[in-house]
Design a protein around this ligand. Sequence first.
Ligand code: FMN
Length: 313
Amino acid sequence: MENRICKLFNIKYPIIQAGMIWCSGWELASAVSNAGGLGIIGAGSMYPDILRDQIRKCKQATPNNFAVNLPLLYPNIDEHIQIIIEEDVKTVFTSAGNPKTWTDKLKSNGITVVHVVSNLKFALKAQEAGVDAIVAEGFEAGGHNGREETTTLVLIPNIRKHISIPLIAAGGIGSGSAMAACFALGAEAVQIGSRFVATPESSAHINFKNKVVSCSEGETILTLKQLTPVRLIKNEFCNRVLDAEKKGATADELTEILGRARAKKGMFEGDLTEGELEIGQVAGNIKEIKPAAEIVYEIINEFNEVIKKLKSI
Ligand SMILES: Cc1cc2nc3c(=O)[nH]c(=O)nc-3n(C[C@H](O)[C@H](O)[C@H](O)COP(=O)(O)O)c2cc1C
């Protein structure tokens, strides 16, 4: 395949493995890049020295391009940006913050910049800030999410209509048929998170991976909307948050229930009752833990078959 995204990132397949705190280190990113997609190291859960080490390991493990995901509200953001420049990372996906703040600096150092948005207003702002492409992430997605709750099916065609730069769809995509649907809506690539959690290469705890593949439909919910909305698997911690929200808890009260390091506890340390378990709705469709490269090939083969079938309708 050769489209604007493949050219922009110098990749074979327009499949991007999402940056994910606690789940996407160099092993996952390099496996996806070696398979012809774009792997992303999730810097949001890494101290600066760890990020540098992860970038170096990723470079050793793949000759292909890979990216770093930087949530812009991260406290060590200055140091992270410096490391990315020093280590000569070619592609950065920014999220959770204002793209105007860092895009110029990254681009003036020869870095390709992509920004993640959940609505049209932010997509237009990102385009104006000069990013090279946009990820539009719908309500189904795992992790932090938009307040508007716009689904991928509604979000992608609307953003497509209003922006001219390359568009990557995210949220609820776990198969080649879902990828084909997103291309029909105007996307030029897909960013996939949840499906890549269920891989041997993901740094997530095995308890979390096993939980993901045993999820049924309806087991996740978008919560903590007063703080930063996040889609979680319903567990004891999540149910406590939901109860508090029903009783009208304030943002301060919710912050106290959340406490510190919940995401690490759940996804990295494997505490399935008290940890924060971030995953998308598509978890209900994920049935096995599979090597990342197999997922890339399976998705691209199914995508090609679906496109062929649709031509004969
Ligand atoms: C466990 C997990 C952690 C995530 N962490 C981040 C993150 O650190 N930065 C970010 O921009 N997005 C993060 N996301 C969102 C993903 O980058 C991606 O956009 C999303 O997973 C796509 O939807 P899907 O889960 O339905 O594939 C995370 C998602 C998951 C499932």
